[in-house]
Write a protein that binds this ligand. Structure first.
Ligand SMILES: NC(=O)c1ccc[n+]([C@@H]2O[C@H](COP(=O)([O-])OP(=O)(O)OC[C@H]3O[C@@H](n4cnc5c(N)ncnc54)[C@H](OP(=O)(O)O)[C@@H]3O)[C@@H](O)[C@H]2O)c1
Length: 270
């Protein structure tokens, strides 16, 4: 029987994943650094548990597992210890990140992963999956392409109309926290910062709209998927909104907002 460890299993997304896995007949081992929360979750679902932090000897802890699903974000702080341990132990690694830095760091381990026969598959949540499909669609239409510009537009899910803004402030704050205030693009295979706002007009179906470059994970994943090494991602936003913050708010729909709201609330508490 394959053995799966879910790390960060008692967080908001981890809990949903574990619940769904159990409902489908799976029995993952739940794990995290808070023993009380891990054991309570394990008891609730009748699962095994492991309590450890990423400063512990992760390698020996992972040796018994076939795969790890990392749900502990921000992943820029958690992915590398787990990935390194997976490469040592031959354990497959998955996570739900959308952070471009994490994708890039894992991509650089591609050769080691192949040599070790280990699958490193970050981003199995929502973030880059739809836009990666869009990248493939575009590349298949123009196989000789050397540059890829992706445009994304948020939707108001309740009204079914484009929503260039309107996400929680907490979501935007976390995005800024994780990505900085400047956009990032891939140029000739290297990630570069784009100082200032890079604007573009994109027709999403209702005529040209104002969009700006944003630091989404596709600057790494689209290159990996399509082989195109010049990639930029643009998000639709109101033309009056002249800051990176406003641009980032306009694509906040890509992210889960609940934990981010919690973070923002903590930050706004004097
Ligand atoms: N790809 C997607 O579509 C998608 C969807 C939802 C969420 N996400 C991302 O997934 C991440 C988690 O979101 P969430 O809603 O589940 O957040 P959450 O409720 O705050 O849960 C985060 C979990 O990660 C653990 N954690 C955080 N830092 C850690 C560290 N340094 N070492 C060990 N454990 C650590 C937390 O444990 P403690 O409580 O002990 O700190 C907690 O179990 C976020 O980065 C979010 O952006 C992605």
């Amino acid at each position: 029987m394959e053995r799966l460890l879910v790390y960060g299993s008692y967080g908001y997304t981890g809990r949903l994943i574990v619940r769904e896995a159990v409902a489908r007949g799976g029995s993952p081992t739940v794990a995290g650094r808070d023993d009380g929360r891990v054991t309570a979750q394990a008891r609730e679902h009748g699962l095994e548990s492991r309590t450890f932090s990423l400063e512990d000897d992760v390698t020996s802890l992972l040796a018994e597992f076939d795969a790890v699903l990392n749900c502990a974000g921000p992943f820029v702080e958690t992915a590398e210890p787990l990935v390194e341990a997976c490469l040592e132990t031959g354990t497959d690694y998955l996570d739900i990140t959308g952070e471009f830095r994490v994708f890039e760091r894992i991509r650089r381990r591609d050769d080691r992963a192949r040599d070790a026969g280990v699958t490193l598959l970050p981003g199995v949540g929502f973030d880059v999956v739809p836009t990666d499909c869009l990248a493939v669609f575009l590349a298949e239409r123009l196989p000789s392409a050397t540059d890829l510009a992706l445009g994304v537009q948020g939707m108001d899910s309740r009204r079914g109309i484009p929503a260039p803004s309107g996400v929680s402030r907490g979501t935007a704050k976390t995005l800024v926290n994780q990505a900085g205030t400047t956009a990032v693009a891939r140029k000739n295979g290297t990630l570069v910062r784009l100082p200032g706002l890079r604007r573009r007009r994109i027709d999403f179906g209702d005529g040209p709209q104002h969009a700006v470059a944003v630091p989404l994970g596709d600057v790494v994943t689209a290159a990996q998927t399509t082989g195109i090494e010049n990639v930029a991602v643009y998000a639709a936003m109101p033309s009056w909104a002249g800051s990176a913050m406003a641009a980032i708010e306009s694509i906040g729909w890509l992210l889960e907002s609940r934990p981010v709201q919690k973070l923002a609330q903590q930050r706004s508490t004097p």
